[in-house]
Design a protein around this ligand. Structure first.
Ligand SMILES: Nc1ncnc2c1ncn2[C@@H]1O[C@H](COP(=O)(O)OP(=O)(O)OP(=O)(O)O)[C@@H](O)[C@H]1O
Ligand SMILES: [Mg+2]
Length: 372
């Protein structure tokens, strides 16, 4: 191994490159690195000299075994090591992507790195120039883009299905109507038909609600929050009764908001649906409305359900975060937060899994909605 002072790489040029670059030998020992690399590793070049890349980058696997970097079974899959190995075996320079878990665990996110092991022209020895680009942010952006594309497709699909539902639903309504006109119908058959009619009406409501955002007027209108909340709860009536959920209301004030009603209805629908899901064996749905002197209205939707574990609280508003497996899509709270943000409001959650208090979401909205 040779000391960094003996290198022929132009130090000024080397340091001016804004991407972490390391001079390494065939066992990933660091012999030099530029200023961007020192910044990335949080170590000066003197401290890093002679150490292997895994140690300097704080790779979790460098702590796996006493031999450190290169000694763990996972190291055979390490893109850094394999890129260096391929380079020394004379293969063409390749750029390879790797997800690397770095210590300390204070930032538990894995980094996504783009690794290139390159030729080092000025050196006679068996040395390589290792370039490590941190592409974590790009990767996250790409993922968010992919998700929002997925969401747009899902949205279009749902709208199309809801639209297509309407024709057979109208036919079903007509058929039930005709059947009810039959004179020889017994009492129990009539009751069954009425139940069927109610279910069809419910399906129509759901379909209408799904299509509502696409039909609604372009301008926001004044709505009474309590009425909108009650209307939304009524759509859940059947489910609330069958799940033995009692609804408790505490509307201390009535407030009028100028909004697109479908948006606020969607917020309430998502929160109530989650509350109902959390109370599989019955409970209490607490609804409250308060006005504050700061011209804000706070709507609380609480449940006495299973609660949200502390470690999930930071993730619940993320797109596609769900703990419901096949039954959930993890879209509800993400959409809810988006709507509340758009209305310049705030959404907060408090929850306990102790089985006594359940979960409570509060939404605070300014009473005067001016900007749309
Ligand atoms: N009231 C609640 N009680 C317990 N857990 C909740 C509650 N509200 C939300 N959660 C948790 O937050 C997660 C995300 O909720 P979100 O509404 O975004 O998605 P989802 O209900 O799983 O699916 P969907 O897209 O159908 O709404 C849920 O899977 C659940 O773990
Ligand atoms: Mg939900």
């Amino acid at each position: 191994m040779e000391l960094k002072s003996g290198d022929k790489v132009d130090r000024a040029v080397f340091n001016a490159i804004p991407i972490p670059a390391f001079v390494v030998d065939d066992d990933a020992h660091i012999l030099d690195m530029n200023a961007a690399a020192a910044l990335f590793c949080g170590q000066e070049v003197d401290q890093a000299y002679g150490l292997r890349t895994g140690h300097v980058l704080n790779c979790v696997h460098s702590a796996d075994v006493p031999d450190g970097c290169g000694g763990s079974p996972s190291c055979t899959r390490c893109v850094i090591r394999n890129s260096i190995k391929k380079y020394f075996e004379g293969q063409a320079v390749t750029r390879a992507r790797m997800r690397m878990n770095l210590l300390p665990v204070s930032d538990p996110r894995a980094k996504v790195l783009l690794i290139t092991a390159n030729h080092l022209p000025a050196r006679g020895e068996r040395l390589a120039l290792l370039v490590i680009e941190d592409i974590t942010a790009n990767e996250e952006l790409e993922q968010a883009l992919r998700r929002s594309e997925q969401l747009a497709v899902t949205g279009r699909l749902i709208t199309t299905i809801a639209h297509e539902f309407n024709t057979p639903l109208d036919s079903l309504n007509n058929l039930i109507y005709l059947l009810k006109l039959e004179s020889g119908l017994g009492e129990s058959s009539r009751q069954l038909l009425e139940a069927a009619e109610e279910e069809v009406a419910r399906l129509s409501d759901i379909s209408r609600q799904t299509l509502a955002p696409h039909r609604e007027a372009k301008f926001p209108v004044a709505v009474r929050v309590g009425n909108l909340l009650d209307d939304t709860v009524s759509l859940f009536q059947l489910k609330l009764t069958s799940s033995k959920i009692e609804v408790r209301r505490k509307y201390q004030a009535e407030a009028e908001l100028t909004v697109h009603p479908s948006e606020l209805r969607q917020v309430f629908t998502n929160l109530i649906a989650n509350a109902v899901d959390a109370m599989q064996s019955g409970g209490v749905l607490d609804l409250s409305i308060e006005k504050s002197p700061e011209a804000e209205v706070t709507i609380r939707i609480g449940d006495s359900g299973c609660g949200i574990p502390q470690e999930d609280l930071n993730s619940i508003f993320e797109l596609f975060f769900t703990t419901k497996g096949e039954k959930g899509s993890g879209i509800g709270l993400w959409v809810t937060k988006g709507i509340v943000d758009k209305l310049s409001g705030k959404i907060k959650v408090s929850s306990s899994t102790s089985g006594e208090t359940g979960t409570s979401f509060s939404i605070t909205l300014p009473i005067r909605q001016l900007a749309f």
